[in-house]
Design a protein around this ligand. Structure first.
Ligand code: BGC
Length: 748
């Protein structure tokens, strides 16, 4: 078993303290907390009837997600509900979308904190910040009385135009797995169950329910699956959500290799596998392949599964295992012991402060020509703010990760809960907070709709700040890396009019920047959350020193990507008959879907920086890159303990306090046949001016190993192999700048 959990996290463990005043008195033998979650679950399963066993392995409907589908009166108005078993003291499971904050608040006039996108948070490279992120979601769901979050996206960024990249954690398995695992750890410490999704290879939205990802086992294990493995080892999540797509021929939710072999056997995943909403395609096949729960309905795991068990097609032991996995996760996270949760009012102030803190660590300074930044509040006279509704708000991501904006959409305040795909701005006004920082300057706003007018407006100001946007949401990908709405032309026109132009990107992920040479400053602000404007103003004026670094490479152009055109993008949708359960009635209707197609992952494990290195392509900004207002010096790289431990020294050589993210990469011996390096360790190091720190980082041997497929095709003999030979370690401030080098011979 991989030792990621021990090596990578410093997290507090789940604490069921005496202060948790809601603990129950003992009614059933399994209420005994000194027994393990597995023992307790086994005791419950023994008492369950067949109908009760079936009841736990499917949802009760779409809840508020689908009009016409009744909401179970016991549920909490979320994405679905699994009714509990009262006679056994088992509460229902309320599943709430909450990738970047709890969804569906408006339905019940509740409040939910919008956090920066998880991709943004990954740019902090801060596992403690990730735990705080999970804590915000966990405590708000708990206050609502909701006991399961279905966020936790960790699909790797193979496709920078994927509409859901903002819900994920970037292109590298170690960074993404560590950040998502720690997020989940923070969340579950609030006694709210978490899940990690979308397992696996749901790396594009185009044709997500029909696309067939084709990838070899070595590439799969060293890339996307490694991110899941790390996140699961760190957090022991209650659930893993299998994805809509097919993988090497089989749907992910009935894929024996993915679910039984890799997830349950190799990763030792103890929780349950739930399908993405409508992602179940069979009863016996799916159950035998490792799916434990159909979501959100009972089309396959209701009556058909019951019959399959009665006929012996699915052994009763397998159904028991499905229920055991659900129940042990409910016991392990404290959901059963502390149910029902006392309802309380979410603290919006604490949520906003936490969101701002995470945003301040997440926003990446990409360019700062002639040290234009930080702006000097006492000497600046005029600032022209342009574009993207920067007078009223900051952009959020859409789809099932959409959080409802307090007061409605900031650009259309009469709206309530956001419509699917609507572009929603949150009321965190950059104009307001920039004005607050520079009270003596004239700070004005121009909408940026007309580039000539915007350029004329910018010309008269000392500094121009252009906000650019790329709204993204589930269910669609961007066709191109180019910014939408002619914004490249807007930036170019402003930059031509004002030599002191700064661009702030509010994007779902990487975009191209044909104007990058012509502007003086660039910030990647991602979707910065409800404290976004305050965070940004603090960074612009130097109250906070930028520390974020890119969790994904920014390519110069679509042609440089492994797939210049997204697979399936050029296909035409056709009507397809699908069945749903509407309020207890099965209905068949046509939906427009793409015809089946393959997504050939020809790049294998070479995602992001690995691709650009291997192909010798210069991107616009490399993975791991980010500037600061101070300077750092690296020295003394040492690799010890057979490559399991690395030590280096970083000094703050400038005059401002800062936090430097030190990155360590390894190149494997020639026998690995890899022409790129891998991130193997990182640390975020706070440093006062002049201060120097020597830090030691652990390296899990898996990160230095290759995944070897047995020659005779016998999957049971596949496994990780730490090849003997010369390992080259390099370290520094980014994947492209690695001033330190050390080599190590690892023997057999
Ligand atoms: C998404 C999931 C989401 C579910 C419930 C699906 O369309 O892919 O991420 O959790 O809907 O809203």
């Amino acid at each position: 078993m991989v030792a990621f959990a021990a090596a990578l996290c410093t997290a507090p463990v789940l604490s069921l303290s005496a202060q948790d005043h809601n603990s129950k008195t003992q009614h059933h033998p399994w209420d005994n907390k000194s027994l393990s979650p597995d023992e307790r679950a086994d005791m419950v399963v023994k008492e369950m009837t067949l109908d009760e066993k079936i009841q736990l392995v499917h949802g009760a409907g779409w809840g508020v997600l689908r009009a016409g589908d009744p909401v179970d009166p016991h549920s909490n108005f979320a994405a679905s509900y699994v009714p509990g078993i009262e006679r056994l003291g088992i509460p229902g499971i309320d599943l709430a979308d909450s990738a970047v904050g709890a969804r569906m608040a408006a339905y019940q006039s509740r409040y939910a904190t919008l956090l920066p996108s998880t991709l943004g948070a990954a740019a902090s490279w801060d596992p403690e910040g990730a735990q705080l992120y999970g804590d915000v979601i966990g405590r708000e769901l708990r206050a609502w009385g909701t006991n399961m979050s279905i966020g936790g996206g960790v699909d790797l960024m193979r496709e920078p135009r994927n509409g859901r990249n903002f819900e994920y954690a970037g292109e590298d398995p170690l960074l993404a797995g560590t950040m998502t695992g720690n997020l989940m750890k923070g969340l579950q410490a609030e006694h709210v169950m978490g899940d990690i999704k979308h397992y696996a290879f749901n790396d594009q939205e185009t044709g997500r329910d029909i696309g067939n990802a084709i990838i070899g086992h070595r590439a799969a294990r060293e890339s996307d699956l490694l991110a899941f493995q790390i996140a699961i080892a760190i957090s022991d999540p209650a659930g893993v959500m299998c994805s809509y797509n097919r993988v090497n021929g089989d749907y992910a939710c009935e894929n024996d290799w993915l679910l039984n072999q890799v997830l349950k056997k190799d990763f030792h995943f103890k929780g349950w596998v739930l399908s993405d909403w409508g992602g179940t395609h069979s009863a016996a096949k799916a159950a035998l392949a490792g799916l434990d729960q159909e979501m959100p309905e009972d089309i396959y795991f209701g009556e058909p599964l019951k019959q399959a068990v009665q006929k012996g097609e699915v052994p009763m032991l397998r159904l028991d295992d499905m229920d055991h996995r659900i129940l042990r996760s409910m016991f392990a996270t404290g959901v059963i012991d502390f149910s029902p949760y006392p309802r309380s009012v979410v603290d919006p102030f604490k949520g906003r402060d936490d969101a701002q803190h995470i945003a301040e660590e997440s926003i990446v300074l990409l360019k700062n020509a002639n040290n234009l930044l930080p702006l000097n509040a006492s000497s600046i006279h005029s600032i022209a703010l342009i574009g993207s509704h920067a007078d009223v708000g900051v952009l959020s991501g859409g789809g099932s990760a959409q959080v409802d904006a307090p007061g409605g959409n900031a650009i259309d305040p009469h709206t309530g809960s956001a419509h699917w795909g609507e572009t929603v701005y949150f009321p965190s006004s950059p104009l307001r907070y920039i004005r607050e920082h520079a009270p003596n300057a004239k700070v004005e706003f121009n909408a940026g709709d007309d580039k000539s007018a915007a350029a004329a407006f910018a010309k008269s100001a000392e500094v121009a700040i252009v906000f650019v946007h790329q709204p993204m949401h589930e269910g669609m990908d961007a066709k191109t890396l180019s910014l939408p709405d002619n914004q490249d032309a807007l930036v170019s026109a402003v930059a031509e009019a004002n030599p002191h132009t700064i661009v702030v990107l509010e994007t779902g992920g990487p975009v191209s920047m044909p104007w990058a040479e012509n502007v003086q400053g660039i910030f990647a602000a991602w979707y910065p959350g409800i404290g976004g404007a305050q965070a940004l103003a603090n960074l612009l004026f130097g109250d906070v020193n930028p520390s974020g670094k890119l969790p994904a490479t920014f390519a110069k152009r679509d042609e440089d990507l492994p797939h210049p055109v997204i697979a399936g993008m050029d296909l035409k949708p056709l009507p397809l008959e699908v069945e749903t359960n509407m309020g207890g009635h099965r209905i068949r209707h046509n939906e427009m879907r793409l015809p089946a197609f393959d997504v050939n992952y020809t790049e294998g494990a070479k995602i992001g920086y690995k691709w650009y290195e291997a192909q010798h392509i210069q991107p616009l900004f490399w993975f791991g890159f980010g500037l600061s207002y101070t300077t750092y010096e690296y020295s003394n790289l040492k690799v010890e303990d057979h490559g399991r431990e690395v030590t280096l020294t970083v000094k703050n050589t400038g005059s401002r306090a800062g936090a430097e993210i030190a990155e360590v990469y390894a190149e494997l011996p020639a026998a690995a046949n890899e022409n790129y390096k891998r991130l193997v360790a990182f640390d975020r190091i706070p440093l006062a001016p002049g201060e120097s720190k020597t830090v030691t980082m652990k390296i899990d041997p898996t990160l230095l190993s290759i995944y070897k497929e047995a020659k005779n095709g016998d999957e049971a003999k596949d496994g990780w192999d730490l090849l003997p030979g010369e390992y080259k370690f390099v370290a520094g401030p980014s994947s492209s700048t690695t001033p330190l080098t050390a080599t190590l011979h690892i023997g057999k």
